[in-house]
Design a protein around this ligand. Structure first.
Ligand SMILES: Nc1ncnc2c1ncn2[C@@H]1O[C@H](COP(=O)(O)OP(=O)(O)OP(=O)(O)O)[C@@H](O)[C@H]1O
Length: 236
């Protein structure tokens, strides 16, 4: 199956500093991939490079087998990718439904499977906050709204960068449950998170970055079995 996204030998960085030193990375349709690694190893830079937000200095980024290395970020996203960025990026002055409606668009297949109603059914907490503005929501609710907004674009691939960071354990569990449910609907996911156990129980494939290079790419069970790697590269 042609991957939705494929990175081949990707090199990227900021200013004169290189962060990614030839990273290979692929996400097949419907696949859940965990992008893992300690702080500062290049996970966010990898996501941003795939989206065209950090310039590519070497290698290639393909989407559905097509080279998009020179394509603008908005065009790449229009291929059916939704991003839940670190920091959530919701509109503080808009209400919950306004935030959702602003993002609404059909998927690349023209379908609108994710409607405002379906998103609100998925996140009952948001249903209780319809009149609230973005800045009147708790951190967990903001995160749910950010995910809900991404779903309103009817994506084929959902990218979640640190979706559970800074949230209380019960809210985190809620978010993980929803991510698993989204996955079940056939949407491919790329998850970056520090909660190693939660990621490994969710994904089909884990990729571990150390200093901008891939040190592991395979099944979560194989990663779990490698205690030395888990300890050295993930700190668990
Ligand atoms: N805008 C930027 N300008 C310069 N350097 C940056 C910038 N963003 C990140 N870096 C550097 O690039 C390296 C990789 O950062 P990146 O955010 O990709 O790591 P990460 O694995 O996502 O870590 P974290 O979990 O801490 O976000 C780090 O050394 C970081 O300091």
């Amino acid at each position: 199956m042609t991957p939705i996204i494929e990175a081949k030998g990707v090199q990227a960085g900021y200013g004169t500093g290189m962060v990614l030193h030839g990273v290979d990375f692929a996400v097949a349709p419907g696949q859940a991939v965990g992008l893992m690694g300690r702080n500062g190893m290049g996970k966010t830079t990898m996501l941003r490079t795939i989206l065209g937000l950090v310039p590519l200095r070497g290698g290639q980024v393909l989407m559905d087998g097509e080279d998009v290395s020179r394509e603008a970020p908005f065009r790449r996203v229009r291929r059916g990718i939704a991003v839940v960025p670190e920091g959530r990026g919701i509109f503080a002055s808009l209400t919950v439904p306004e935030n959702l409606r602003l993002a609404a668009r059909p998927g690349v297949d023209g379908q609108r499977l994710w409607t405002e109603e379906r998103v609100l059914d998925t996140f009952p907490r948001l249903k209780e906050r319809l009149g609230n503005r973005g800045d009147q929501l708790s951190g967990g609710e903001q995160q749910m709204l950010s995910i809900g907004r991404a779903l309103m674009t009817n994506p084929r691939l959902l990218i979640l960068d640190e979706a559970t960071e800074g949230l209380a354990p019960l809210i985190r569990d809620d978010i993980w449950r929803v991510i698993a449910a989204i996955r079940e609907t056939g949407i491919a996911t790329v998850v970056v998170d520090k909660t190693v156990a939660a990621i490994l129980s969710l994904v089909d494939r884990s990729i571990v970055l150390v200093k901008g290079g891939v040190v592991f790419d395979g099944a979560p069970a194989a990663l779990r079995a490698d205690e030395e790697l888990m300890h050295r590269c993930l700190g668990v």
